[in-house]
Design a protein around this ligand. Structure first.
Ligand code: UT7
Length: 330
């Protein structure tokens, strides 16, 4: 009998897209002041590290952002889109209740091969969840080429009368193409959830009887999320590294979920990694939820920081409460 060869999933291309409307803290503060809400560039930057975020135009949907990011990843990988037999979109701001944003995206990409397409809902941990899912599907042999996307239009669920949340989030999309390979590849993933904390970060509404029931604005107990985040992020990063058989010092690039520079720096310190090895986009993107990690990854790939053969550690935390990490060799 022939020895079974280990199958890996490998990143063969990345892409991203930010809608053109860049809103600085100052511009946002002026907009909020018109509603009697007080905030400032100083407060936002000092507490979060955010300088600006991008907002999608009202007629632009999450699948539109995802489409441009996907096109860029497909171009970078140089593959025929018809070879994509799995599409996973991580989003908490889908175009519709259903069909999934992934199915809408498959159609917009003109993919007619009958491959699988579905959404993953793990809020800001969504990309880690989607990547882990695609990796498992590829390693099982069920699929060969996966388009893994994080895409969000969080501006749609922000309450611009709530200064504790509306200054934090932005819109965007990031895409990664994973393909089956004999070479590594994704080395390890780790996912977790604790639903008992569902209420600290949520959009507690739904559609019922043709109307909106409950509240469809994002609600967050920021300090409670902060405390949980700094605790679980270090643990899950170490768990993923242990599974991959790597030490933290072998990590070339840390790409944390971009929510708050203070949380990101704390994780980086706890892992004893120099801050220069962390990719930071929160200043220019704000918190784009599931899109933040693949957006940051694409930025660092395209500006030449991330090189083939280097080890990349991603990690995220978000509503659910969910958290996860992945380590891959680029
Ligand atoms: O993406 C999913 C994961 N999410 C996160 O990781 C977010 C985690 N949490 C955070 O990043 C931080 O908790 C925040 C950035 C949301 C808030 O920072 P904080 O240092 O925890 O501030 P705080 O909520 O304790 O508020 C401090 C003060 C309060 O005033 P008092 O009570 O001290 O008088 C707030 O009312 O800052 C006030 N404040 C603001 N002031 C000006 C809250 N928001 C604003 C604002 N502008 N936009």
């Amino acid at each position: 009998m022939m020895a079974q060869q280990t199958l890996f999933s490998r990143v063969i291309g990345t892409g991203s897209y930010l809608p053109p409307d860049r809103v600085t803290n100052q511009a946002l503060a002026e907009r909020l002041a018109a509603n009697g809400i007080e905030t400032s560039d100083e407060w936002i930057f000092a507490r979060t590290g955010i300088r600006a975020r991008h907002f999608a135009a009202p007629d632009v949907a999450t699948s539109d952002l995802a489409k441009i990011a996907a096109d860029r990843a497909i171009e970078a990988a140089g593959i025929d889109p018809q070879s994509i037999d799995l599409i996973i979109v991580a989003t908490s701001t889908p175009d519709y209740v259903f069909p999934s944003t992934a199915c809408l995206l498959q159609n917009k990409l003109g993919i007619r091969n009958g491959g699988a397409a579905f959404d993953v809902q793990a809020v800001c941990s969504g990309f880690a969840y989607a990547l882990a899912t695609a990796d498992n599907f590829i390693r099982s042999g069920a699929h060969r080429t996966a388009l893994v996307i994080g895409a969000e239009t969080f501006s749609r669920i922000l309450d611009f009368n709530d200064r504790t949340t509306c200054v934090l989030f932005g819109d965007g999309a990031g895409a990664v193409l994973l393909q089956a390979s004999d070479e590594p590849g994704v080395l390890a993933t780790a996912l977790h959830a604790d639903g008992s904390h569902a209420h600290i970060l949520c959009v507690p509404g739904n559609v019922s009887g043709g109307a909106i029931a409950g509240n469809t604005f994002l609600h967050m107990d920021g300090p409670a999320v902060f405390k949980l985040a700094v605790n679980v992020l270090e643990k899950v990063a170490i768990e993923a590294l242990d599974k991959a058989g790597l030490s933290a010092e072998q990590v070339d690039w840390l790409i944390p979920h971009q929510a708050n520079i203070r949380i990101m720096q704390s994780t980086c310190r706890k892992l004893h990694l120099p801050q220069e090895r962390m990719v930071v986009t929160v200043d220019e993107h704000g918190n784009t939820s599931a899109a933040s990690i693949p957006l940051a990854l694409d930025v660092a790939v395209r500006d030449g920081r991330i090189q083939r053969g280097q080890h990349v550690l991603i990690e995220g935390v978000g509503g659910g409460f969910t958290w996860g990490a992945a380590v891959f060799k680029f």
